[in-house]
Design a protein around this ligand. Sequence first.
Ligand code: FES
Length: 256
Amino acid sequence: MTDGFVSVGKISDFQPNQAPTDITPIVQKVAPTAVPRMLTRFSDAVDGSPLFASVASTCTHRGCPILTGDGVWGSTDKPIYESATHIITCPCHNSQFDAGVGQVVRGPARIPLLPFATEIRNGEVYVAISASAASPLSLIHRAGYNLRAAFGGTVFPGTGNKYLVDFGAFVVELFFENDGTLTYTGVRRDGSRGQSETVTIETTYLRDFLFMVTWQESDKTSVVHIEDYDQYVIHTNITNPDQSFVKYRGTFNLIR
Ligand code: FES
């Protein structure tokens, strides 16, 4: 350790554009209370120098380890990482972060991941033990890194995802295939699948991570959902074809 930095390996130990590496055990061997973190190597800079960044690896939403999940809300065998965009996805509730600077790209997380400065010394990669103002941001900007704008909570988080919602009286799987299409499927308590239909939906942003989702089904049932992607709660308001009205509150989990 030198000047608050610790060596985490040789440059050649990390390949460009591979998923982030968990360097927590190496750093904690030197500083046992150091924040868990990951290291990512990007494409080399235009002058050929290697480009690294390190950010915390604990999700700021509910504290899942981003590289693996917690096995309760979600888990993954290998990090869910897109090298082209440098975006890593938390397997627990699908929050997305920029692996370069830690910024939230998609909620429900709202707080960025702490960045840790990195340096190259004599062919080795050093990472700061403590988060610092000298974050990888300046290094990344120097190298022409294309920082993707943070979308925050204004983008509908459901798109592309599948959720299991337990309304108590019934359980339903919701698959938001794209911005305007939802396939819902009833799921019985024994796990067997029931009625399913693909419907056209309209999503309305209410406030960050809170959306109204509406649709009408083929039998003229009308549904209004208030979907809270912060608390993972859905309020459903259903007007049946005979004009009877029911409403339920349910909690939901991301499924894959
Ligand atoms: S704990 Fe990561 S998205 Fe919820």
